[in-house]
Design a protein. Structure first.
Length: 89
């Protein structure tokens, strides 16, 4: 039996690789970028659906930090980037 979500999961993996590249660049160049917050928010909502709950949890922790008016700390971002690497496979 084939997984009906397989094409969407493959697309998510590709997007995870793109998100990883973008977040690594932005975190270095523009750590206060609104694009970081948008990307993290999207990942928090979609990662678990596509079988990456640890990525979703890492993204949610950062999203919550932004929502409370703060910014992520380096260890939080390191964890998120590691989870993205795993998701991108």
């Amino acid at each position: 039996m084939t997984d009906p979500l397989a094409p969407l999961k493959a697309r998510f993996r590709l997007r995870a690789a793109e998100d990883l590249e973008r977040l690594e660049r932005l975190w270095t160049e523009e750590p206060d970028s609104a694009d970081i917050r948008r990307t993290v928010h999207d990942l928090a909502g979609s990662a678990g659906i596509f079988g990456h709950p640890a990525l979703g949890e890492a993204a949610l922790a950062i999203d919550d930090r932004y929502a409370s008016g703060g910014h992520p700390e380096q260890p939080q971002m390191d964890l998120l980037l590691q989870r993205l690497r795993e998701a991108a496979g």
